[in-house]
Design a protein around this ligand. Structure first.
Ligand SMILES: [Zn+2]
Length: 81
């Protein structure tokens, strides 16, 4: 029973550490993804150009949106040619 409790505490510490790492990585992504239309009051991490919430949106949603923006830019480029 004691060993199981220690194991759970270790897993809890790892989860807390992983959440801290994810928060730092989200902030880096928010600040460095190339846009300047950022909103960050009260701990928010939003981009008005991408229409993304880097604090709450899932990593998959952010990835999908970046891919959508990339596709739109390519289409726009070729429509001008
Ligand atoms: Zn953006």
């Amino acid at each position: 029973m004691k060993n199981q409790s220690i194991k759970i505490m270790g897993m809890r510490d790892k989860l807390i550490e992983a959440e801290k790492e994810i928060k730092i990585l989200r902030e880096i992504l928010w600040l460095r993804h190339g846009c300047s239309n950022l909103y960050g009051d009260d701990g928010e991490m939003q981009c008005g150009s991408c229409i993304l919430d880097f604090k709450r949106d899932s990593a998959q949603k952010i990835k999908d949106r970046f891919e959508e923006i990339g596709r739109d830019a390519i289409i726009e480029h070729f429509e001008k040619i």
